[in-house]
Ligand binder design. Structure first.
Ligand SMILES: NC(=O)C[C@H](N)C(=O)O
Length: 332
């Protein structure tokens, strides 16, 4: 029988009502006790790593999760991580960069209602996550939620209450759970030839700015004074950056000349950005911005924090940003 480690980190799934609102309190083993269908599926072991609302998850916690999963994978056949939904897409992206060449599944899940709530989605999500971990055909980091299996580098939380909380952005989901069976979208990639690596270094000095019509250029310039080492701009449509009146281009140019990379992505959920279509994109390209293509904001931020943890060489940061590590750039 396969051995799977459940790493619990908190989130709504583990929460109970308090006078201060929902707070994570329930342990991994107590959650599993509530799911009799897990009996006989695999041998379950437990690590209570954290008990946080995921709004409190920061890059330090990504590194703790990565190192706990890395240690576990030399012993266990897979890892299930229960996690709050609010920042799960960031954690999944970060773990995808920190843990490379996975030969086994690392599956994140959570819920919109606490596991002890009679209408909870948590029991089904945990059961489905274990099904994917036991199945073992998918090697890598995945989010399993409401029957969808989403690669960790392209997930986004798109609903704050609906059970169908996550979407696979610009990529097909890796599969689904249909009638209790794991059904994959396509033939899984063969496991990597290299051995699993843990590289949990990071630098959180990445600023994300969402443009509104009329954004002041001074906001962009302030990034350097505040010590940010990279800036991500969620621009309009295909990646349009204003180039008249409150033009942002001189401020962007100034950051780049200080060796602070500026990455442009889109505020649209689907289809990514393309800076070659409109002059508001072409001018941004000429100012030296990097284009995020079809990567999600969550993946861009996690990737940049991870890259900044490896190097401070500007050219190397750029080449690492455009390198495809796990399928985040080239559709796999
Ligand atoms: N559904 C959830 O898990 C939301 C919760 N606030 C969290 O992210 O921890």
């Amino acid at each position: 029988m396969k051995k799977i480690l459940l790493i619990s980190t908190g989130g709504t799934i583990a929460s109970t009502p308090t006078i201060n609102g929902l707070t994570p309190t329930v342990s991994g083993s107590d959650m599993v006790q509530l799911i009799p269908e897990l009996e006989g599926l695999c041998e379950i072991h437990y690590t209570e790593l954290l008990n946080l609302d995921s709004s409190n998850m920061q890059p330090e916690e990504w590194a703790s999760m990565a190192s706990a999963a890395f240690t576990a994978l030399s012993i266990f056949d897979g890892v299930v991580i229960t996690h709050g939904t609010d920042t799960m897409a960031y954690s999944a992206a970060a773990l995808s960069f920190m843990l490379q060449h996975l030969h086994k599944p690392v599956v994140l899940t959570g819920s919109q209602l606490p596991i002890e709530d009679p209408g909870t989605d948590g029991k089904k999500n945990i059961l489905d996550a274990f099904r994917v971990a036991v199945d073992g055909r998918l090697c890598g980091v995945y989010i399993v939620f409401d029957g969808l299996i989403i690669p960790g580098y392209c997930a986004r939380k798109t609903c704050s209450r609906n059970f169908h909380a996550f979407e696979s952005i610009n990529r097909k989901p890796a599969g689904e759970i249909v009638n209790d069976e794991v059904v994959l979208t396509s033939e899984p990639e063969p496991p990597a030839r290299e051995s699993l690596t843990l590289n949990a270094n990071y630098d959180p000095s990445v600023l994300l700015i969402k443009l509104v019509p009329g954004t002041k250029p001074e906001l962009i310039e302030a990034a350097a004074d505040l010590g940010y080492r990279a800036v991500v701009i969620e621009a309009f449509g295909l990646g349009g950056i204003p180039n008249v009146r409150r033009t942002l281009l001189p401020a962007i140019h100034s950051l780049i000349s200080q060796k602070i990379p500026v990455v442009v992505t889109t505020q649209c959920i689907h289809d990514g950005c393309d800076l070659n279509v409109y002059d508001v994109g072409v001018d941004a390209s000429k100012a030296g911005v990097l284009s995020a293509g079809t990567m999600t904001t969550e993946a861009i931020v996690a990737k940049l924090m991870w890259i900044l943890g490896q190097t401070d060489d500007f050219q190397r940061i750029i080449s690492m940003f455009y390198q495809d590590y796990i399928g985040e750039i080239n559709k796999k």
